[in-house]
Ligand binder design. Structure first.
Ligand code: IPE
Ligand code: IPE
Ligand code: MG
Length: 251
């Protein structure tokens, strides 16, 4: 694939390895390791989260140039509320600032914002900013930037079941396809590639239903260090996989 004009010499070599006919449509990312990144530098965890927020913009730009259609980032899990109150409140403030700063950029880059998770538990000032960004980017169509906020894969499924019961849907009509329509991701395709940074080999309650046939990519790189080259490495690895979906792969 042709590199973007901004790419330096080393980065260009990675871009040239990318097969533009085999780009994952949906890339989901568990952005982990902000705390460890900060600790390594003798900084507070908060500084790590700030550096992590910067890495998101980079991921969006690479996704745009790659032609990825949806990028989902795990920003706050249903379990993250158990962190110290101060850290939770800083994460919420950073999210607010990030959205405020990105609103114009998302518009200019033709990126549509989407949010999955239970927003009712988020502070009002965050929800207001989300609402504005959703509204302003509603018609954009180059890339969907989907943020998982107060999201849990199990909560997603339970929530879907509740809606189905509330609507009085007949059990005999429930199929996997119908059930998918009751999940937070009803409008989105399943992820083709799931990336987790920072070396942990687990999914931590992320998109449990949706990753049934996703290709998994784990890297030791901590999220704030996940730059364009790291993203390209993940895509190159993905392009070497043989996706079988339960078939024989022609062997
Ligand atoms: C990921 O980084 C960001 C969020 C969960 C919000 P962490 O804060 O989990 O960083 P580590 O895992 O402690 O290094
Ligand atoms: C997963 O990271 C959640 C997010 C990236 C938002 P965690 O750091 O919360 O996950 P565990 O606790 O290591 O499994
Ligand atoms: Mg973590």
């Amino acid at each position: 694939m042709k590199p973007p004009l901004s790419a330096g010499k080393i980065e260009r070599e990675y871009w040239e390895k990318i097969d533009e006919k085999n780009i994952p449509s949906h890339v989901a990312i568990i952005m982990d390791g902000n705390g460890r990144w900060a600790k390594k530098r003798g900084l507070s965890r908060i500084k790590g989260h700030k550096a992590g927020a910067k890495a998101i913009e980079n991921a969006l730009d690479s996704a745009l140039h790659l032609g990825v259609k949806v990028i989902t980032v795990y920003a706050f899990s249903t379990e993250n509320w158990i962190r110290p109150e101060y850290e939770v409140s800083v994460l919420m403030t950073l999210l607010f600032q990030f959205l405020k700063l990105q609103r114009k950029k998302l518009r200019e880059k033709n990126i549509k914002l989407s949010v999955i998770g239970d927003r009712s538990k988020l502070p009002e000032f965050v929800n207001r900013e989300i609402e504005k960004a959703l509204e302003e980017t509603r018609k954009n169509n180059a890339l969907v930037f989907n943020i998982a906020l107060n999201y849990g894969g199990r909560a997603d499924i339970v929530n879907g079941v509740k809606k189905i019961v509330e609507e009085g849907i007949d059990a005999s009509t429930i199929t996997e396809e119908l059930f998918s329509k009751y999940l937070y991701t009803s409008e989105l395709p399943d992820p083709d590639l799931l990336i987790r940074t920072s070396g942990e080999l687990r999914v931590s309650n992320f998109l449990l239903w949706q990753i049934a046939y996703s290709e998994l990519y784990f890297t030791d790189v901590l999220w704030p260090d996940f730059d364009t080259i790291e993203m390209l490495k993940a895509i190159i690895d993905y392009q070497k996989r043989e996706r079988r979906f339960g078939g024989t792969g022609g062997i």
